[in-house]
Write a new protein. Sequence first.
Length: 144
Amino acid sequence: MLDAGHWQNQYSLSLDLYELSASVSSFQGDTATLQNCLNQIKANVKSFDDSLTSSSLLVKLLGASSKYDEAIGNCLSVLSTLGEDFPQDISLSIVLNELAIIQTTLKNITVEQVTLLPPMTNNSKLNALKVSNHSFEDILEYAN
C-alpha cells in the first residue's frame, strides 16, 4: 500500500512497518522475510539510532542461524558505535575479574539507594543497555 517513494515520502511509517514486519517474521521463524525486511531497513535508514531495532533483530536472526560469533561481533560493533568498547578476546577469567570488581563496587549499595538515583538521560547509554540486553539475551537463548 506504500507508494514507490515511501522511504523518502513516508520515512517514519516505512521504518515502523518494516520493523514491525521484521519482528513478526522473527516470532514466526520466517527468516527469509526477516532478512528481506532487515535489508530494506539497512538500505534506507537515515540515522544510526534508527537502525538499532533492526540491528537487534539481525543479532536474533544470526543467533537463530547458529552464527554466534557473527551475532556477537555485530552486537559488539553496535555497542562500540554507542561508545561502549569491549575487549576483542573475552575469556572466562576476564569476565570473572570484571564481575568481582562490580560485586565489590556494589557491595555496600542498597536497593533503596539505587531507586533514589536520578533517571538516566544519556541516550547513547540507554541505547547501549537496550541493545546489549536484548542481543546477548537472544544469543544465549539460541546457544542453549
